[in-house]
Design a protein around this ligand. Sequence first.
Ligand SMILES: C[S@@+](CC[C@H](N)C(=O)[O-])C[C@H]1O[C@@H](n2cnc3c(N)ncnc32)[C@H](O)[C@@H]1O
Length: 259
Amino acid sequence: MKNRFSLSDLDKIYSTHWKKGYGSIAKSEVLFIQKLIEEYRPQNFIEVGMASGISGGSIAQMLDWCGAKTFTSIDYDNTFFGDPTKPNGFLIEKIYQGNNIEVAKLPFTTTLDLSSIGAKFDMGFIDANHQHPWPLIDTLLLYPFLTSRKILIHHDLKLFRRQDIVYGIGPKYLFDQFPERYRITTIEGGQNIFALDMSEIGVERLKNIAMDAFSLPWSLRSPLDESTISGVAKNLENVYGSDLKNLFLKSTGKFNPIP
Ligand SMILES: C[S@@+](CC[C@H](N)C(=O)[O-])C[C@H]1O[C@@H](n2cnc3c(N)ncnc32)[C@H](O)[C@@H]1O
């Protein structure tokens, strides 16, 4: 009985469902996530950035093969940017047709809303807003909801190299701030994906990494609005303390673009 994707399985899925402009992860990146799922056997997985659902459907299938329980995918929007006639996540149930995994698709949801989901996750995939400091914010806000092995996968490490105006440098800044021993990397597929093993990192170390990372120039196309700033600040204070909250607020004064 089949229990893992080969490249040719993914060739079939992508040739059936994928279109140019869908912004999906590459097939080699699905295989990287598959290796992590097989090695760490997560029970509850969260994806931040649902889009069409190509990554989500593939992840749900791989979780099923590895005996997991739940797959949750969140997105700040309900409409797929690559085809506004379709809802986000429309491909999840086309690609994953099993019923062992409880799948939750949560539109209009960001990492600021995690407490309302009321769940913990042992693996996550962050593939949402790549502008700095969003990947950092998503990591910091997700961390208290991680349990057990706490593996966080990040996409688009090399995005900054392909852009004339470099907005998408968030994953690269994040990667560079984490000492090598926390990083899980791959040499396949252009090294555009990586994971962080956060099981041993602890709040204090993470706070210090975040102090540096928030101090690097932000690369937002549009500014964080007031409610996002106050929500992030409140979360940072609750989990990491007032030093990080204050530094974040100071950084908004330096780097949050004026609308
Ligand atoms: C690159 S796409 C995700 C691609 C998807 N993981 C795949 O491989 O098929 C990014 C998605 O993140 C969503 N997004 C952008 N900013 C977000 C945020 N702050 N929180 C949650 N989702 C966000 C967008 O609406 C978009 O659907």
